[in-house]
Design a protein around this ligand. Structure first.
Ligand code: ADP
Length: 271
């Protein structure tokens, strides 16, 4: 970029320093570019709800005093739009926080076996029209170095999407299995599925395959970006496998720690 300094040819130590310095400038520039992309995306996303609010307030202003129907409808629509903006703001905060997770923090330990079962059972309660199956190969506590609320948040995002993008077959499979040094979690639905081109983009912030449909379901296109950011902060991976018309499987892999390590980390955090 333009801020770089020309490397002097004469002094070795000096040129090493300049190379180092240029590296730092490049990283800073990259960070600044990312921030400005984010601000641009956010402004763009806020434009729609603000325009809708403005429209309804104009209606209210012109006809609201005389027409009780306009009054009711415009107030209802405005409040709904404000609720949406609130959840957008909350999700943007979550995304920023997920970016700042400090994985070195000692008390970050959670039991995958317990968390998966608890979160899925919550969904079973909230969505009685769906059939959930839990295929949990983990026979007992299985620990990952992750805050429990973060693990919950990732599972909730995937289960929420599975519900939102299911069509006629209202079935969701949750699988947990143990690998060599990691645990694999999968959430499968039999809904609309995601095309290969879209599969690459669904983890991008604000990306939605069908903007109008996602909006109708209260989506902001931030869920998967938050999930990916969190999982990767804890050195895990997240991926999707899908076929249009037959459904999707989102799979997370997280490195596990032993019972002894978990106990030790927990004790450290209690001091
Ligand atoms: P949203 O709030 O729109 O659901 P996400 O970041 O969670 O945002 O997902 C981004 C997009 O990926 C969604 O708008 C949808 O198009 C697609 N998507 C996510 N999960 C699924 C799924 N289980 N089945 C089909 N499409 C999905």
């Amino acid at each position: 970029s333009s801020a770089r300094i020309t490397v002097p040819k004469t002094n070795d130590e000096l040129s090493n320093l300049v190379v180092e310095f240029n590296g730092m400038l490049d990283r800073m520039q990259h960070y600044i570019d990312q921030q400005s992309d984010f601000v641009q995306d956010v402004s763009h996303e806020l434009r729609t709800p603000v325009a809708i609010l403005e429209g309804h307030l104009q209606l209210l202003n012109r006809w609201g005093k005389d027409d009780p129907e306009v009054l009711d409808e415009s107030l209802r629509a405005s409040l709904q739009e404000i609720t949406r903006m609130k959840s957008l703001i909350q999700e943007m905060l979550d995304l920023t926080r997920a970016d700042q997770v400090d994985v070195q923090f000692p008390n970050a330990v959670s039991d995958v076996h317990q968390t998966v079962n608890q979160v899925t059972n919550d969904f079973i309660m909230i969505h009685p029209d769906f059939t959930f199956t839990i295929d949990d190969e983990l026979t007992g506590p299985t620990y990952v170095r992750m805050y429990r609320n973060h693990l919950e948040q990732v599972l909730i995002i995937l289960l929420d999407n599975a519900v939102k993008y299911s069509t006629t077959r209202k079935e969701i499979h949750v699988t947990a299995s143990l690998e060599m040094n990691s645990v694999a979690l999968a959430v499968q639905d039999f809904g609309e599925g995601i095309s290969p081109q879209d599969r690459k983009r669904v983890f991008n912030r604000f990306y939605r395959v069908d903007k109008a449909r996602s909006r109708e379901k209260g989506g902001n296109g931030l869920g998967l970006a938050i999930a990916q950011q969190l999982v990767e902060s804890y050195k895990g991976t997240i991926q999707v496998d899908s076929a249009v018309g037959s459904g999707s499987v989102f799979r997370i892999d997280l490195p596990t720690i032993s019972q002894a390590q978990a106990t030790q980390l927990r004790q450290m955090s209690e001091v």
